[in-house]
Design a binder for this molecule. Structure first.
Ligand SMILES: *[C@@H]1O[C@H](CO)[C@@H](O)[C@H](O)[C@H]1NC(C)=O
Ligand SMILES: *[C@@H]1O[C@H](CO)[C@@H](O)[C@H](O)[C@H]1NC(C)=O
Ligand SMILES: *[C@@H]1O[C@H](CO)[C@@H](O)[C@H](O)[C@H]1NC(C)=O
Ligand SMILES: *[C@@H]1O[C@H](CO)[C@@H](O)[C@H](O)[C@H]1NC(C)=O
Length: 182
């Protein structure tokens, strides 16, 4: 997808609360989320009908023994990148960052930049998910976008403009194409 991103002011809402990503080790032995996307963001779901929040949980769980919880975003908060102690191939992949940004966005929350997301990552994977994708999920094509150091939100404006001007069919082909290659 030949998308050029451009800088956009971050839409911080209310208090600048930071919601740490909760990796619930030893809790439920599965990848879960209780984040709920607003219905008008259904175009961000994958071909298996999973929300970006659930796909993100699956994608992160691979590096965490198959256990990762993406909590619902509380008002005014945004998702943050990994702590130094949690940084791994999954959390430091732009695929996961894109999914988490979509997860925040679909709850009407703000997103942070890739640069901020990866502050604690010693190795970053831009446009690459360096692990095997669990067969239970599928990663939407838009999560592979190379936004470089720019802000992710522009992607959604792009998708939305397609949605508004070119109709549902065109959108579906963009958002629900799950690439088999990385
Ligand atoms: C989501 O789950 C977490 C922990 O399990 C809980 O603290 C939180 O209240 C839940 N949020 C919603 C919106 O259900
Ligand atoms: C979705 O709906 C919410 C609340 O109704 C609104 O604030 C948001 O801008 C809408 N987003 C899109 C992409 O339509
Ligand atoms: C980096 O990790 C530290 C603790 O190790 C944490 O306090 C900080 O919030 C993290 N930074 C980001 C950008 O997530
Ligand atoms: C991403 O885009 C930048 C700037 O356009 C380019 O320099 C870089 O090589 C690209 N990276 C990947 C992994 O495609």
């Amino acid at each position: 997808m030949g998308v050029n991103c451009r800088r956009r002011t971050m839409p911080f809402v209310g208090t600048l609360a930071v919601l740490a990503l909760a990796t619930l080790r030893g809790a439920n032995a599965q990848d879960t989320t209780n984040a709920t996307c607003l219905s008008n963001y259904s175009f961000l779901y994958n071909s298996k009908g999973q929300s970006p929040c659930l796909v993100a949980a699956y994608v992160a769980g691979v590096c965490n023994g198959g256990q990762f919880n993406v909590p619902a975003l509380i008002d005014g908060a945004h998702y943050t990148g990994p702590l130094t102690s949690d940084a791994n191939n999954c959390l430091c992949s732009s695929i996961f960052y894109c999914l988490m940004s979509a997860c925040g966005l679909c709850q009407n929350g703000p997103v942070i930049t890739w640069t901020d997301w990866t502050k604690n990552c010693s190795t970053v994977y831009l446009t690459v998910y360096p692990e095997n994708i669990p067969s239970v999920t599928a990663i939407p094509a838009w999560a592979y976008v190379n936004f470089s150091v720019r802000i992710f939100l522009y992607i959604f404006r792009f998708i939305m403009s397609r949605f508004l001007f070119h109709g549902h069919a065109a959108l579906r082909s963009i958002s629900q194409q799950d690439p088999t290659t990385k």
